[in-house]
Design a binder for this molecule. Structure first.
Ligand code: NAD
Length: 319
């Protein structure tokens, strides 16, 4: 099996690779060629979370699991709090194929998912990008969004405003003006990406203008929440996987409140394969509930493994 350590990932997988891999994965899920296994997630105590996201892509011949979690003490030790590794197996024999560092891959595949949703669901004339959140993942989301539309400026809000200058620096790197705003000014945005670990809604329905596309990416477990359920109730809601959306995604709250039904939520893969038209009008609010599926992790890890093999990188070990 090939070991591809974290340190090699940046030289092996680009944001464009991640976009293509995630788009293909969502399409394979919609065709019924690929499916995710139930997510396992356990609280380890002292704020630590650990879990497994796994799946099988029959068409892409991927079988595997991402093992990882959240370790809040890591920052003090000079490491990022989210840590993960991806393990790939031969779907015909079950033999291990590769172990791949999963930290940067997680950031890239999450940013790619929101970018796929912007590419397919945002208005073509979107000019203003709003970002709610300014943590580790936010800059990746901004960079990926900027590839999907020709934004003219970026506005950002974060509960902890001292974190916003780092996001502003990413915008500057992309040549985009950046302004810190209060939440009501999110009405100026044509596309809003939410990427926080908030336990309660920050963004309210009154903060969002008609015609906006939202990519809600922060809520990936029970008990997190970024937007008011009333916003989902009046929007067309899309997701990576409906089963995750209603249990661990942003839609869990609107569904529990009876403001949205599971049957109203559309897998974005349906849009990708032409089975759903996507956005229907310039006034419609569209929401992508990005919960993060194991097949995304397998898809980007497979790119890393293929590139590493082509270039003779990584470490081959016997099994
Ligand atoms: P981070 O810890 O680096 O940043 C957390 C962000 O949330 C910061 O902007 C912080 O100010 C904000 N925040 C914290 N408490 C808040 C509160 N009470 N109200 C509003 N905002 C609050 O985390 P990150 O790596 O940037 O990830 C952000 C979120 O995205 C996390 O919840 C993470 O689990 C989730 N995530 C989702 C996916 C997915 O596939 N959907 C993938 C990776 C990360």
């Amino acid at each position: 099996m090939l070991i591809v350590p974290e340190a090699l990932i940046a030289s092996l997988v680009s944001p464009e690779d991640a976009f293509a891999a995630v788009e293909a994965t969502f399409a394979a899920m919609a065709r019924g060629d690929a499916y995710n296994f139930p997510v396992v997630r356990e609280a380890l105590g002292e704020g630590r979370q650990y879990g497994f996201k796994s799946g099988l892509d029959r068409a892409g011949k991927q079988l595997g699991v991402k093992a990882g979690g959240y370790f809040p003490g890591n920052a003090e030790k000079g490491m990022i709090n989210h840590q993960s590794s991806v393990f790939l197996f031969d779907p015909d024999t079950g033999r291990p194929v590769a172990m791949v560092g999963g930290n940067l891959l997680t950031a890239l595949r999450t940013a790619a998912a929101s970018a796929v949703s912007i590419d397919r669901l945002a208005r073509g004339d979107a000019k203003v990008l709003g970002i709610v959140g300014a943590g580790h993942q936010a800059g990746f989301q901004l960079r990926a969004a900027a590839r999907a539309r020709r934004f003219e400026r970026v506005i950002g809000w974060n509960l902890h405003p001292e974190m916003l200058p780092r996001l502003g620096a990413v915008a500057a790197d992309l040549g985009l003006p950046f302004e810190s705003v209060e939440l009501p000014r999110m009405r100026e945005a044509d596309v809003i990406v939410t990427i926080t670990s908030s336990p309660a809604a920050s963004l309210m329905a009154e903060h969002v203008s008609p015609g906006t596309h939202l990519a809600c990416m922060g809520t990936d477990t029970k008990g997190k929440q970024e937007v008011e359920p009333a916003l989902l109730a009046k929007a067309s809601v899309f997701t990576d996987e409906v089963a995750q959306s209603v249990t661990i995604g942003e839609a869990q709250h609107a569904v529990a409140a009876g403001a949205l039904s599971e049957a109203d939520i559309v897998a974005v893969g349906q849009v990708l394969i032409g089975a759903h038209p996507g956005r229907r009008s310039a006034e419609e609010i569209t929401v992508f509930d990005g919960t993060g599926v194991g097949l995304q992790d397998l898809a980007v890890a497979a790119v890393a493994v293929a590139r590493a093999r082509e270039r003779g990188m990584g470490m081959e070990v016997g099994v």
